[in-house]
Design a protein around this ligand. Sequence first.
Ligand code: ARG
Length: 421
Amino acid sequence: MAVIQMDRGVRRLEPWKIAVIVVSVIVGLALIIGLITFLLCHDQDRYYDASFLITNVDYNPQYERQTTDEFRNLSEDIETMISEVFRGSFLSKRYLRSHVVSLNPDPLGVLASVVLVFKFPSADSEAATWGQVNRVLLRRLKAISTNLNIDQSTITLTELNKEKGDNLLNNCCGIRRQTSSFTGVERITGGQHAREAEWPWQASIQLDGTHRCGASIISNTWLVTAAHCFRGVRDPRRWTASFGILLRPPKQKKFVRRIIVHERYGDLVVDHEYDVAVVELATPIEFTSDVHSVCLPEASHVFPDNSSCFVTGWGALENDGNSVNQLRQAEVRIISTEICNRRQVYGGAITAGMLCAGYLEGQVDACQGDSGGPLVHANSRGIWYLVGIVSWGDECGKPNKPGVYTRVTYYRNWIHSKTGI
Ligand code: ARG
């Protein structure tokens, strides 16, 4: 009896049922193994604030502003030193970057505060990784040779949560979170597609909901753009600003409270002088790694001729073309005003408040719809500065007719007088 029953039982389990059971067991196991490896091997950014006293540098009031040469020079030395500390250690693969966030006065020198970013497997405990970073910092800072004297007893390392770390970095101007660049070259004029977070300060200024011009974020409530964008329509209620690399859908969108066009920009004159305006938003932008501000250079700063810059925008790909939905970028070089004013180029039309960038051979240029947008340059620390504002040009990408930009250093004090920035 028992044997017969068992026989029947086995016969009832048809082959397809066995297959289903086997497959579900395999899938279940795979999911569990996958989950475990994900949890163990998945990397996570971890942020730390390192602060210490530098005893062989006297405090200079220029350290108050991040955009001064003094701040840049000392910060660069500090960041290079920190890189050397970690690159030469067993944490070299974990270390991503360091960024000086403040330089404060101290009776014995300068107190530096630096954000350090590491990549650790999420499974590693926070206490353990903090311990590793701290140990390497203390030990290697003593060992490496640098021209900075660090008072070892003042070194403190604090772990920051992701939100705090992100906030600290997103509130600094001109930082681009690493994007391992490379997209295929695509035919702005002769440029290529931009990727998310590559140009986080880029804004679109829209009239009745339609893209009109580019603009740059200089604080959470102020944008800078070209005056000619508001030709005819200056009523702020008809204008909005959007952020993120796509026009549709944008990452954020804001109403405009106020438009301040340079008082000497003449609506009737077509000479492109004073082509600068600032726009106040109705509510503050929420800064993220995809949307935050660019740095404004000091008025005295000189960007050398031939410096490599990038211009970005949703403008046409060719003269008289349409705007595009995804932001584009093009690399251009600063052309000296002397060359740009030559008879065969712009024959003297370039004034002190303007700057030329592009190539005399043509091909790569901004175009209609890019106006108001940023021309930016990265300094030796990798911090991006606003060099120019897309203003005018004879068509787009024509030989001997490079793009002409509003020179930001020339209007730096005007921007400050209107925005306090
Ligand atoms: N004025 C144009 C605009 O309103 C931008 C001109 C830039 N032209 C150039 N070739 N770079 O969008």
